[in-house]
Design a protein around this ligand. Structure first.
Ligand code: GDP
Length: 467
């Protein structure tokens, strides 16, 4: 009691002396492809930092050094605020439902008032650390690859990729009817761009991850604008002024300079801690091709963290070095905990090549399996006389309770990755199911955030050293 009073007094003294802008700031980037779990992650992380009863793995919390946590106005006035309250109400209301997913960049500032640790901790007054959480679609990072690629190179690469995908057939047919060298006809150009966008949507739904340009799927405020009205074209022998090819090339360049660059300059370059969320289980369920495709997309995304990869990015003034990157396989509550180690091993293996190549200039990296919101409980059932470890939850479709076994992941991740690389149609000796659970009905006790798996350990890795 007495201690609290003293610390309160010290605290207010410190507050009046220290200017608010001198408080340390951690900028935590949260990214991942669509539906990877960014919105649920941020909502649950913030709720669990505000009420820390389920965060024993975050040392500052278990040692009682977090005196207070509170939301504050964010420093960037022009960036949309992450709609924490609405998302939390969706997850924890009487009829819980999943919140709206990430569609653009958004930000939230959570401030932590801390009692310093260590021997001298008692002598120093509390300090405040601001955690600025920046949520942005991983698809946008794929666009970094466009910065050093001109329209001709991008077109030929993209068309090569599309050639054997059934999802691209309507677009390829539309393309066959178009003439790159002919004079631009705006409605025709728009129709081509729409057909290309429709392809990207189908490809994403089919489980492909290499769906760039990123803003075609997640346009934010740019929907319908000319910078998004282009598509890859076969290169004509000559492209006169005013031709379809020339105009599309011009728009592609505008997309790069007016959309892609500002995002990297204003948001990405200022991040110092990063979590990359990956729906590994979802890809495994979709099949070997989806896994291989995800591996490639993640390698593309991670290029962004490779210093010097794009000279322009490395040369930015004030660029921060990302010090820690956590790769997290999400929705681990679909698996019994006995499988989590295997999921983490697959996650690590998926990132391995990208990590070796990118090196991340000394950034600490780790892989983990997490569930930001635990929607299931574990259960052992008898299946054909044999015990089977399952998870039980409320199904999103119909709300019925069901026990579910997703299939046993292999001990050696190479079994998954090799089949994926070889372009197998199906998994040979296993069958991986998926189920979509609804968020659980929660009766939270005071001081408790929503249930999760390893969210505290993820937080410790990402920010623990700065608290
Ligand atoms: P975003 O597009 O990256 O923002 O993805 P969301 O956070 O909106 O998550 C997409 C969907 O994944 C949600 O609607 C849920 O169905 C599911 N999901 C996300 N996190 C979890 C989790 O921790 N557990 C379970 N069971 N499902 C999750």
């Amino acid at each position: 009691m007495v201690f609290t009073e003293i610390s309160d007094r010290i605290e207010s003294a410190v507050e009046t002396v220290a200017a608010p802008f001198s408080d340390p700031v951690i900028r935590l980037g949260v990214t991942g492809l669509s539906r990877a779990g960014k919105t649920v992650f941020i909502t649950s992380l913030v709720a669990n930092l505000l009420d820390r009863g389920r965060m024993p793995g975050l040392r500052a919390a278990s040692e009682g050094r977090i005196l207070a946590a509170f939301l504050q106005p964010q420093p960037d006035d022009t960036v949309p605020r992450f709609d924490f309250e609405t998302h939390l109400a969706a997850l924890t209301g009487p009829e819980p439902h999943w919140p709206e997913s990430t569609r653009a960049v958004s930000e939230l500032r959570l401030s932590l008032r801390l009692r310093p640790g260590g021997l001298l901790g008692g002598w120093r007054g509390p300090r405040t650390v601001h955690l600025d959480i920046v949520d942005y679609p991983g698809e946008w990072l794929l666009d970094l690859g466009l910065l050093d690629k001109d329209y001709a190179a991008w077109s030929s690469e993209t068309l090569a990729r599309l050639a054997d995908r059934p999802e691209a057939a309507p677009f390829l047919a539309a393309l066959a009817a178009a003439e790159s060298a002919a004079a631009l006809d705006e409605p025709a150009a728009k129709a081509l761009a729409a057909s290309f966008t429709a392809y990207l949507e189908r490809a994403r739904d089919a489980g492909y991850s290499d769906c760039s340009p990123g803003r075609f799927l997640l346009p934010g405020e740019l929907a319908g604008s000319p910078v998004l009205t282009f598509a890859p074209l076969p290169r004509p022998a000559a492209a006169p002024r005013g031709s379809l090819w020339r105009e599309m090339a011009r728009r592609y360049d505008a997309y790069r300079s007016k959309v892609v660059r500002p995002f990297f300059r204003d948001h990405f370059a200022r991040i110092d801690r990063q979590i990359v969320l990956v729906d590994v289980l979802g890809a495994i369920h979709a099949g070997p091709r989806a896994v291989e495709d995800m591996r490639r997309a993640m390698a593309g995304i991670l290029e962004a963290f490779r210093p010097g990869r794009v000279g322009w990015l490395a040369g930015l003034v004030g660029i921060r070095r990302v010090e820690r990157i956590l790769f997290a396989a999400t929705k681990a509550d679909h698996l019994h905990h006995s499988q989590h180690k295997r999921l983490t091993a697959i996650m690590a293996a998926l990132m391995r090549e990208a990590r070796d190549r990118a090196d991340f200039a000394g950034a600490d990296t780790a892989a983990m399996s997490i569930a930001a919101l635990r929607a299931t409980v574990e259960e052992r059932v008898s299946h054909g006389g044999q015990p089977l470890d399952c998870v039980r939850g409320r199904l999103l479709d119909g709300g019925r309770e069901a026990a579910f076994h997703a299939g046993d992941l292999p001990e050696n991740p190479a079994a998954i990755l090799a089949a994926a690389r070889q372009g197998a149609e199906n998994w040979l000796d296993a069958d991986y199911g998926a189920m979509i659970f609804a968020p659980p009905r929660l009766a939270l006790r005071p001081g408790e955030g929503p249930p999760h798996i390893r969210l505290d350990r993820a937080a410790e890795f990402l920010i623990g050293d700065r608290l």
